[in-house]
Design a protein around this ligand. Structure first.
Ligand code: AMP
Length: 489
């Protein structure tokens, strides 16, 4: 077995990881660090939880130990898709570099430019950033990337999902071609392959077996509900979820509950709170300080139920979660593995319970094909579900989303892009989500000017003129020109 002491890391780094309590390098660390220390580019195909952050941070610190930072010219650059991930890398860096004199700056949205400028002006060894924010600084002329010796792209597959690839290409082109590059992705989509072929030079390819099979320590269950209409389905799922949480009792220490759409994260979390459960939402539309506080509380055990979207939760290191729920089955099967991988970590047992309705069948097929097994079915809890499939108006247990307009974006869209000036999102809802979001057939449509949940829509605001009725059959969106009055001479 490889030991950290075999890895030719800076003794100051070894001291810090010893203090962090790491006994041996993880497989990706054992494989990547020697290549990295030789100065080679590394292409890491691995996901969160494998110890990948330390696999690039430790050699980076060792390399940067020699030399000094110059004003406005960072010596290394770490790009992460979301603020949380960037902040997490920064935290890791602080832990591992505590015995060195290396300086760092974190460039993420939600933090005033002024403070970040000051740090950069002074000169930093390590700059950790989200792509949009980094380019904002660059365009303001506050930053030169010509001194970058090491560049890291973390979670490139997520960058791709979020539409950051053009930004990444641009940033690559702003750095010297002599730089050393560490590039990490959980999957190698053709677009990612193209980027690595263009910008990496003879990389050492380090692949850590994909978690295509979920950990053995996770007990998985699938609960099938009969509701077919969307509003009824959501209500049935909320009822079933509450019942399951009650039934699990004390065994459920804490849980992450995943929804596919941000709006559902909010609705579900309000509904759980209304039912006196200890819950809070996390998604990209929430203020950064709220997100950070919520996560901190969840990590400290002060919050029991974290309702999350994929991007907000992805890569977050929450050490011990007893349960994961898929309130919605994810449309990308890989996300199922990522999600349930939040429980059953480090040999602990965990439980992953997924809810589905008939329209989710295609997602289930994808998940079972990826896992190459059938998910164990569990009985639906007795919630009087007969009513669930009955058509009806607004779900009475759901909070009335007075101001919350129904978002057309999936929850797993660009969390970062929601931040002011932080990014330019290009991610579109996946076809599946777009389809799920599509207007209901006319027979199912509620009163004009109201959504399928019976709540008033934004279109109402336009109804001031003589045309009071929004045209039927256009879905929730009515093009402006259809509402305009015109007269013939
Ligand atoms: P990552 O995949 O980088 O997000 O790391 C997942 C978790 O593993 C983090 O909490 C790290 O602190 C932890 N970790 C990283 N390397 C090691 C190691 N060699 N031994 C034990 N824990 C580690």
């Amino acid at each position: 077995m490889t030991l950290f002491s075999d890895l030719k890391l800076d003794p100051k780094v070894l001291k810090a990881i010893d203090e962090a309590g790491y006994t041996a390098p993880t497989p990706i660390q054992a494989e990547a660090i020697p290549h990295a220390l030789e100065g080679r580019d590394v292409l890491g195909i691995a996901q969160t939880g494998t110890g990948k952050t330390a696999s690039f941070t430790l050699p980076m610190i060792t390399r940067l130990g020699r030399g000094r930072a110059r004003a406005r010219m960072p010596r290394s650059l770490v790009l992460a898709p979301t603020r949380e991930l960037a902040a997490q890398v920064a935290e890791n860096f602080d832990t591992y570099a505590k015995y060195t004199r290396l300086s760092k700056a974190l460039l993420i949205g939600g933090v005033a430019f002024g403070e970040q400028d000051k740090l950069i002006d002074r000169g930093v060894d390590v700059l950790i950033a989200t792509p949009g924010r980094l380019l904002d600084h660059f365009e303001r002329g506050k930053l030169l990337l010509t001194g970058v010796e090491v560049m890291v792209v973390d979670e490139a597959d997520r960058m791709l999902d979020m539409g950051f690839i053009p930004d990444i290409e641009r940033i690559f082109n702003l750095t010297p071609f002599t730089r050393q590059t560490f590039f990490y992705s959980a999957t190698m989509a053709p677009e990612i392959e193209r980027i690595t072929n263009t910008f990496l030079s003879n990389p050492a390819r380090v692949e850590i077996a994909r978690q295509a099979t979920a950990s053995e320590t996770i007990a998985q269950e699938l609960v099938s509900l009969q509701a077919t209409r969307r509003d009824a389905a959501a209500k049935a799922k909320r009822e079933a979820l509450r019942k399951i949480i009650e039934t699990e009792g004390d065994a459920l220490e804490n849980a992450i509950i995943f929804c596919n759409r941000k709006v559902d994260v909010d609705v579900l979390s309000k509904s759980l709170i209304k039912h006196k459960m200890d819950a809070a939402p996390i998604h990209g539309d929430l203020d950064q300080s709220v997100r950070t506080r919520t996560l901190e509380k969840f990590r400290n055990g002060e919050l029991r139920l974290l309702i999350a979207s994929d991007v907000a939760a992805r890569g977050l290191d929450v050490p011990s979660v007893s349960h994961v729920f898929n309130f919605d089955l994810p449309s990308h099967p890989e996300d199922y593995v990522h999600r349930i991988g939040r429980t059953g970590r480090a040999g602990r047992s965990g439980k992953a319970i997924s809810l589905m309705v008939p329209s989710d069948q295609k997602y289930l097929d994808g998940i079972e094909a990826l896992l190459q097994k059938t998910l164990p079915r569990a009985d639906a809890p007795d919630t009087g579900l007969a009513s669930a499939s009955a058509p009806g108006g607004a779900p009475e247990d759901a909070p009335k989303p007075k101001r919350a307009r129904r978002s057309r974006k999936p929850a797993n869209d660009n969390a970062e892009a929601q931040a002011t000036s932080d990014a330019t999102p290009t991610a579109e809802p996946t076809p599946e989500v777009a389809k799920a979001d599509a207007p209901a057939p006319q027979a199912e449509r509620p009163a004009r000017g109201r959504g399928r949940d019976g709540n008033r829509r934004d279109t109402d605001r336009r109804d001031k003129g003589s045309r009071n009725d929004a045209p039927v059959g256009m879905g929730d969106h009515v093009p402006d020109f259809l509402l305009r009055e015109f007269r013939t001479a």
